[in-house]
Design a protein around this ligand. Structure first.
Ligand SMILES: NC(=O)c1ccc[n+]([C@@H]2O[C@H](COP(=O)([O-])OP(=O)(O)OC[C@H]3O[C@@H](n4cnc5c(N)ncnc54)[C@H](OP(=O)(O)O)[C@@H]3O)[C@@H](O)[C@H]2O)c1
Length: 353
C-alpha cells in the first residue's frame, strides 16, 4: 500500500467526504428605501474539494448589521451579500483548526464556506477570522455580538475615541442596540454617568433597570433638549453617535468644552433616498472646542483579541449583560435585516441558520 499523507490528514481532521453545495444570497438590485426580498436571489453553488490548509465551515449564526444597508451601494452588482457569521468546522485539512471547532469570519450570507482559516478571506469587510475558545456556558452567537465586532466597536470606539474619564457624562444614541447597550455598560464600568436615547419605553426601562444606565429617554416621544437638561445636568463630555441626524446636532450643542464625539454610524438616514438636512454643528464644535472623529472598528484589527478578552472578562465577572434577538431560518435573512432597521431588536440581532 502506498502512503498518502493527504489521505491520512483527511482521516484525522475530516468527517465529510462528499461534495457540499452551499446556498448564498446574491444582491441583484441596489436598495431603494427599506431592503426587500426581491433585491436578492438565493443561489446554490458547489464548493471545491479542500486543499491542504483549508477548512469547510457550516454557518450556525449569521449576523445582520446596519452597515449592510449602508455599504452595498459601493459594490458592483450582482454581488455576494456581505456579513459576519459563526460557523462550525465540518471538514478540515488544517491541522490547527479541527473538525468541531467554531470560527467567526466575514463569510457573508451563505450556508457553507471553504477558507484557509487564516486572516485572508476575500471579503471587503476586513475583519479577522477567529477560532473561538470554548465559550460555554455562553452561546457561540456572542461572537457576533459582545464578543465580536459590535463588542469591539463599543470597546475601542469608547475608550480610544471618546477617552472618558471617571465622573464624566457620556451620551449614547442607538443606546439599546448591539453597540450602544455595550458602550453604556463600559461607561458605567469606567465610572461615568451614562445617558441613553432609544426608540421605545420598554428599551429605556431595560437600559435603566437591567443595564444600570443613569437615565434613558425615548427619542420618539421626548423633547431631546429637555431630556439632556434633565439627564445630563453637568452637560455632556462624550457623545457616542450611532444615529446621526438632528438628535446628534442637539446633543453636540449640549456638550462641555473639549468634549469628544465618536462617530460610529448614522442609522437614522440609512433608508433615506436623500440625505437629511440638519442643524449646523460647526458653532458647537468651534466654541466648545469639541473633537469629533469617525472610526471603523477594523482600525483595531491588530488589537482585536484585546477587546474580546476584556469583554469576556467583564461578562464572566457579571459586569456586562447582553440580550439577543434571534431570528430563525436562512430564508429569513432579509426580514431580520429589516427588523433591525425598524428597531425590533434590543441588543444584538442574529439569525440561527
Ligand atoms: N464604525 C464602525 O466600525 C461600526 C461598527 C458597528 C456598527 N456601527 C454603527 O453603529 C450603529 C449601531 O449598530 P448596531 O450594530 O449596534 O445596531 P443596533 O443598534 O443593534 O440596531 C439598529 C438600531 O438602530 C435604531 N434605529 C433604527 N432607525 C433609527 C432612526 N431613524 N433613528 C434612531 N435610531 C434608529 C433601532 O433602535 P431604536 O428602537 O432605538 O430606534 C435599531 O434597533 C449603526 O449606525 C452602525 O452602522 C459602526
Amino acid at each position: 500500500m502506498t502512503f498518502t499523507p493527504n489521505l491520512v490528514l483527511r482521516r484525522l481532521y475530516s468527517d465529510v467526504s462528499k461534495k457540499v453545495r452551499a446556498q448564498k444570497y446574491v444582491l441583484t438590485k441596489y436598495f431603494q428605501g427599506e431592503p426587500k426580498k426581491s433585491d436578492f436571489k438565493i443561489v446554490e453553488e458547489d464548493l471545491p474539494e479542500l486543499k491542504d490548509g483549508e477548512i469547510l465551515a457550516q454557518a450556525e449564526y449569521l449576523s445582520v448589521d446596519p452597515y449592510m444597508r449602508a455599504y452595498m451601494i459601493g459594490y458592483k452588482l450582482p454581488t455576494d451579500m456581505i456579513g459576519g457569521q459563526v460557523a462550525k468546522v465540518i471538514d478540515s485539512r488544517n491541522k490547527n483548526i479541527p473538525v468541531g471547532a467554531y470560527i467567526t469570519g466575514p463569510f457573508g450570507w451563505r450556508t457553507h464556506t471553504v477558507t484557509s482559516g487564516d486572516k485572508i478571506f476575500s471579503s471587503s469587510i476586513d475583519l479577522p477570522i477567529t477560532v473561538l475558545p470554548d465559550l460555554r456556558p455562553y452561546p457561540v452567537s456572542l461572537a457576533l455580538g459582545i464578543l465580536g465586532m459590535p463588542g469591539n466597536t463599543a470597546y475601542f470606539g469608547l475608550k480610544e475615541i471618546c477617552q472618558p474619564k471617571e465622573g464624566e457624562t457620556i451620551v449614547i444614541t442607538g443606546a439599546a442596540g448591539a453597540v450602544g447597550s455595550h458602550v453604556g455598560q463600559i461607561g458605567k464600568i469606567l465610572g461615568c454617568r451614562v445617558i441613553g436615547f432609544a426608540g421605545t419605553d420598554e428599551k429605556c426601562n431595560y437600559l435603566e433597570k437591567e443595564l444600570g444606565f443613569d437615565r434613558a429617554f425615548n427619542y420618539k416621544t421626548c423633547n431631546v433638549r429637555a431630556a439632556l437638561k434633565d439627564g445630563a445636568p453637568n452637560r455632556v463630555d462624550c457623545y457616542f453617535d450611532n444615529v446621526g441626524g438632528e438628535i446628534s446636532s442637539t446633543i453636540m450643542s449640549h456638550m462641555n468644552k473639549y468634549g469628544r464625539i465618536a462617530v460610529c454610524g448614522s442609522i437614522s438616514s440609512y433608508n433615506d433616498t436623500a440625505p437629511p438636512k440638519v442643524t449646523i454643528v460647526q458653532p458647537a464644535l468651534v466654541f466648545k472646542e469639541l473633537k469629533m472623529e469617525g472610526f471603523l472598528v477594523n482600525r483595531w484589527n491588530d488589537r482585536w483579541q484585546e477587546g474580546i478578552d476584556m469583554n469576556l472578562k467583564w461578562l464572566k465577572e457579571g459586569k456586562i449583560k447582553y440580550q439577543e434577538k434571534v431570528y430563525h431560518g436562512f430564508e429569513n435573512m432579509v426580514d431580520a435585516l429589516l427588523g433591525i432597521l425598524r428597531g425590533e431588536n434590543t441588543g444584538k440581532a442574529v439569525v440561527k441558520v
